[in-house]
Design a protein around this ligand. Structure first.
Ligand SMILES: C[S@@+](CC[C@H](N)C(=O)[O-])C[C@H]1O[C@@H](n2cnc3c(N)ncnc32)[C@H](O)[C@@H]1O
Length: 236
């Protein structure tokens, strides 16, 4: 998945703060560098509030990237987070950053595919995912697996969605620029959660909020029918 090319960007950002490649890092020094979704740590703090996370919570972060959301939750809430990431390069960067921030006792990095990685049933209190599920080919399967992995609690998702039928040229951008494998309406997203035993589902349209950033991030791709959505759901 050629989503990210310049993977040295974090070390370059740290170097600009006078932090060398193996040096210890304060978590705050990463916040501007390791949150690969819209609205940075603000979005993660909102998830923590919505899910009612506490220091005793065990949280799964699906599509963790370099672990920014996981470290932020562990640092600010004190919970334990399992950061599941598909791409070995990102997983390795994330594990190194976590070790250097001293959060290794609260963040466990796991390299694997969310559609197949085996978790013991009922081992998490909450699942979060930021801009990652759009890349996965089987959302119903993912949600079924998340429902089994949760012992109670719920899930908090921010992701891309479809607001109107895509033009043929959009489909190429979705495939090549966004690396999207599943992109649907907000209603269909919520239906997949319901079918997987989640209830009490709230769906928020984030499109107006994300639009200015999305245009910049997508490097000129004009995806007028692309939107953003936040979903909060609890095990029924
Ligand atoms: C846009 S990034 C967001 C990273 C992180 N959630 C954040 O907000 O900083 C999406 C991540 O999802 C990961 N991903 C995609 N498909 C995955 C899968 N099947 N299992 C686990 N991770 C996956 C990608 O490798 C990528 O790192």
């Amino acid at each position: 998945m050629p989503l990210y090319t310049n993977l040295d960007r974090i070390e370059l950002g740290l170097a600009a703060q006078g932090i060398g490649p193996r040096a210890a890092i304060r978590p705050e020094q990463l916040f501007a560098l390791d949150q690969w979704h819209y609205h940075g740590t603000e979005a993660i703090a909102a998830a923590a509030r919505a899910l009612g996370l506490t220091a005793r919570s065990r949280v799964l972060d699906v599509g963790a990237g370099v672990g920014g959301p996981a470290r932020y939750l562990a640092h600010t809430v004190g919970c334990h987070v399992t950061a599941l990431e598909l791409q070995p390069e990102l997983h390795a960067i994330g594990a190194d950053l976590t070790r250097r921030t001293g959060l290794g006792d609260r963040v466990t990095h796991v390299c694997g595919d969310a559609l197949t990685y085996v978790f013991p049933d009922g081992c998490f209190d909450a699942a979060v995912s930021f801009l990652a599920i759009v890349h996965m080919s089987d959302r119903p399967k993912l949600f079924g697996r998340l429902a089994n992995a949760l012992r109670r609690g719920g899930g908090y998702i921010e992701d891309l969605c479809q607001r109107a039928p895509f033009a043929p040229s959009d489909l190429a951008d979705l495939r090549d620029v966004v690396c999207a494998n599943t992109i649907t309406s907000q209603d269909d997203y919520g239906c997949d959660l319901r079918d997987a035993r989640f209830g009490d589902i709230s769906v928020t349209d984030l499109t107006p909020d994300w639009a200015p950033f999305a245009i910049e991030r997508l490097d000129g791709a004009t995806l007028a029918c692309l939107g953003g959505v936040r979903l909060l759901a609890h095990l029924a």
